[in-house]
Design a protein around this ligand. Sequence first.
Ligand code: 5IU
Length: 265
Amino acid sequence: QRTKLTYESRANLAKSAVAKRLFNLMASKQTNLCLAADLTKADDILNVADKCGPYICLLKTHVDIVEDFSEGFITNLQSLAKRHNFLLMEDRKFADIGNTVSLQYAKGIYKISGWADLVTAHTLPGRSILQGLKAALGPDASKERGVFLLAEMSASGNLIDDKYKENSNKIATEGADVDFVAGVVCQSSKTFAFPGLLQLTPGVKIDESVDKLGQQYQTPEHVVQERGADIGVVGRGILQATNVEQAAQTYRDRLWAAYKDRVAK
Ligand code: 5IU
C-alpha cells in the first residue's frame, strides 16, 4: 500500500524526474505542505512566498489572477523558490486539444513552461493532453517538468464519476508519457495505487467547513491519514490568518506529524 511507504522510498519508484525531486525535497525538508497563493497582487504573492517558504515543498499559483503580472514577478518568485527550496506549480488545469494546450503552456503572456516545475491538467481530452503539453518542451526539458492529472475535485456536486477516475488513473500510469506524470490531484487514496506518483489533495483547513462557493474542507490529519494525501494544499487557511507565517508552520507541523504517524503504523 503506497500510503505506508516513506517519501524517500517512493522517490526511487517515481518515473517522473520532478516527482523524484519533490519526494526527496519533502523528505529532507520535512514538509508535505503546498501553499495555494491565490492572491491578485504580485507583491502580495512574493511576500507570502517569502514568509511561508521555509515551511512548504510547493507553491501553487493561478497566474491568470495576478493583476500586475510581469517577467520580474516570475524572476523574483524563482529566486524565492531557490532560496527556500520549494517547487513551483501553476494550477492551470489545461483541458483542450493537444495543439492548443501546447500553445497555452509555452506561449502567451505567461510562458508557463518556462518557469513552472509542475502544472495541473484535466484528463477530459484523454492521453493527447500529455502529448500536447510535452510537445511544447524541448527533448530534454521534459525531464525538468511534470504534470499533475486531475482525477477528483473538492467542489461539491462535481461531475467526476468512478469510471472517469479509473480512466484518469490509466492515463497517469500506462503508456509512453508516464515519465511526464508526477502525480494525481484527488481526494481519496483509492483513486490510484502506484507509489511512484504523488497524491495532491486540496480542500484542507484546520476548522473543517465549506465556503459559500462549493469548496469542502477536511482537516490536515483527515486528508493525510484517511484520504491518502501526500501533499496537502492550503490556501485561505493560511492566507487569511492573522499571522501567515505562524499558520504555515502550524499546517506544516500537523500535515507532517500526520504523515509520520501514517508510515509508522
Ligand atoms: N483546488 C481545489 N480543489 C480541487 C482542485 C483545486 O480547491 O479539487 I483540482 C485549488 C483551488 C485553490 C486551492 O487554488 O486549491 C484551494 O484553496 P483554499 O484552501 O483557499 O480553498
